[in-house]
Structures are given as structure tokens and as C-alpha cells.
Design a protein. Structure first.
Length: 305
């Protein structure tokens, strides 16, 4: 294989998915010692991505369908970067086209969405959910010999926010309604943790809904940036969450999570998307309505509460 000194990797979807690529980024840097690594990210993830020290440059690119002139302009920008290799960790036609037109010699990705434009490709089996997303990402970069023994997803230099030290964080929202534990059960759970166990509870995340969580509960909904949220979670005792980005963010600052999953959705199962760090508890059933408040409380009392 030709000498690779400048690499550009693509992962411009949501922050939870993005964080699970840190081991793949590390594998590229370890394999190609002394190389520079640029990463194409969603603008909303930009500030958080700055806390991954192995990344040398961040290139914002919105996660939406772009016009042909926009793709051509993006391709010209890539060409000016004189990259030796491009790795498309989330497959898109416009990525494959842009790196091809940019003349990047080594083009790595999945054999779909115009995969014929790639030089190194593999079948995309992620929808089967047989492996964790971290492992799938590492499998892809291995096509050009990149491997690492360190599969951690830690963020670097996250500023600590001490106001919520030892609190229990709860993330009751999700971008996908099919993955949402009933909000009434979240409210019951929060009430019991706050009143019966006398623990401090904070609500995190983004939502258009206005919910009364009761006295003594700090509601930080829509009030934090991703970096601020990471700093808060870093000092929390644990996080309770559904299948969502904050569960991965907690893992990136070494905070354990109790995660509630459906296990009947192939490709969205906990084997692929569960928290990737130590001391986590996953409760998974075919219907989230079958997960009781008492079952979650039992998981808490058996771990950190």
C-alpha cells in the first residue's frame, strides 16, 4: 500500500454514534504513525469532538442531503487537503462521490451507496446487530491494516462541573419514539429516587415537552451544551437512560449507566448500541412497557445507589 500521511475520516451523524468511532480513529493513528487525522463531523458535534486529542483537524459537514454543487465544492476542499486516504465510517453517496472526485488514492468504506467508487470496501452487515458499533467501526479500518488494543471511548480534558457531584442523572428522552420508556414511569422512578432514597436527581437532555418532575429535582432540559453535559455527567454517580446519545457520553467520561432497551429491533439492539464502558447495566425486553419501575430500582440498588 502507498505511504499514508494524511487521513480523512467521515462520521457526521449524531454525537452518540460519533463517540463510538474513537477506537477506530485511534487505530488509524497507531497504524500510520506520524500521520495527520482530519474528521468530518456534524456541526452540532464540533465542540465535543475537540475533546478527542488524536484528531488533528475537524471539518464540519451537515448531516443532510446536499446539492450537487455543494458536493462538488466539498470535493474541491478535500482535494486541496491532499489526503492520502479517506475512510467513510457512515456510508453516504455524497461522501463516496466527493472523495473519488477529490482524487484521494485510498478510499475505504462499505460496498453500498455507490460503493463502486471505493478502493477498499466490505459488505455492510450492521443492520444484523451481531456486533457492537465499536467493533463494526474497527472492522472497517482494519481493511487498511489499522488496529488497536485500546478500545476505550474516553474524551480528553473535559472541564468538570461540580455543582451536581454524586447526583443521579436521568435522561428520559429519545430521538426515536419506539425506544422511549413511558414518561410516566420515568416520573415515578424519579419521584422514588428523590423522595424515598433521598438522592439528588437531575434531568438532562433536549425536549420540546414541559414536564413537572416534582420538588427537589433539577431540570436541566435544553440548558446545557454537549461539553457542559459531559462535565456534569463526569461528576454524577450514574446515569439512567434509554437507548440514546447521553448513555454513550456517560461512558466517555467513565460514568456508569443503567440503560433501557428493546431487544426485538434488529440493528437497534443493545448488542450493537449498548453502553460501551465498564459497570453498566442493560435492561432489555421486547416491549419497553414490560420494564417496571421496581425492576429499574433493583438494578440501581444492586449497583451504585
Amino acid at each position: 500500500m502507498r505511504t499514508i500521511k494524511k487521513i480523512v475520516a467521515f462520521r457526521n451523524d449524531r454525537f452518540g454514534e460519533f463517540l463510538l468511532n474513537i477506537p477506530a480513529f485511534r487505530a488509524l493513528k497507531e497504524k500510520y504513525t506520524g500521520s495527520s487525522l482530519s474528521v468530518v463531523v456534524c456541526p452540532e458535534v464540533l465542540e465535543l469532538a475537540k475533546h478527542i486529542n488524536i484528531i488533528d483537524e475537524l471539518i464540519p459537514w451537515e448531516s443532510r442531503k446536499h446539492s450537487l454543487p455543494e458536493v462538488l465544492e466539498f470535493s474541491r476542499k478535500l482535494k486541496s487537503g491532499a489526503f492520502d486516504a479517506a475512510v467513510m465510517l457512515n456510508p453516504k453517496k455524497e461522501f463516496n462521490l466527493a472523495v473519488y472526485l477529490a482524487g484521494i488514492p485510498v478510499r475505504v468504506g462499505y460496498n453500498r451507496k455507490w460503493g463502486f467508487l471505493l478502493t477498499h470496501k466490505m459488505k455492510d452487515l450492521k443492520s444484523q446487530g451481531a456486533k457492537h458499533e465499536v467493533e463494526y467501526n474497527l472492522e472497517l479500518v482494519k481493511l487498511i491494516g489499522a488496529e488497536t488494543a485500546d478500545k476505550g471511548v474516553a474524551l480528553d480534558n473535559i472541564p468538570e462541573i461540580l455543582d451536581y457531584r454524586n447526583a443521579i442523572a436521568v435522561h428520559p428522552y429519545t430521538s426515536d419514539p419506539v425506544k422511549l420508556w413511558p414518561i410516566e414511569r420515568f416520573k415515578e422512578l424519579v419521584n422514588k429516587i428523590s423522595r424515598e432514597f433521598k438522592e439528588r436527581v437531575i434531568i438532562i437532555g433536549k425536549s420540546e415537552s414541559r414536564i413537572d418532575w416534582g420538588d427537589g429535582v433539577s431540570d436541566l432540559t435544553n440548558k446545557t451544551s454537549l461539553v457542559e453535559l459531559a462535565g456534569i455527567l463526569k461528576n454524577c454517580r450514574l446515569l439512567i437512560s434509554g437507548d440514546s446519545g447521553p448513555a454513550h457520553l456517560a461512558g466517555s467520561v467513565d460514568t456508569p449507566a443503567v440503560a433501557l432497551f428493546r431487544n426485538d429491533l434488529q440493528g437497534k439492539n443493545p448488542e450493537r448500541w449498548g453502553p460501551w464502558s465498564k459497570d453498566n447495566v442493560v435492561i432489555a425486553k421486547s416491549s419497553l412497557k414490560d420494564i417496571s419501575v421496581d425492576e429499574v430500582l433493583k438494578a440501581l440498588t444492586g449497583s451504585k445507589l
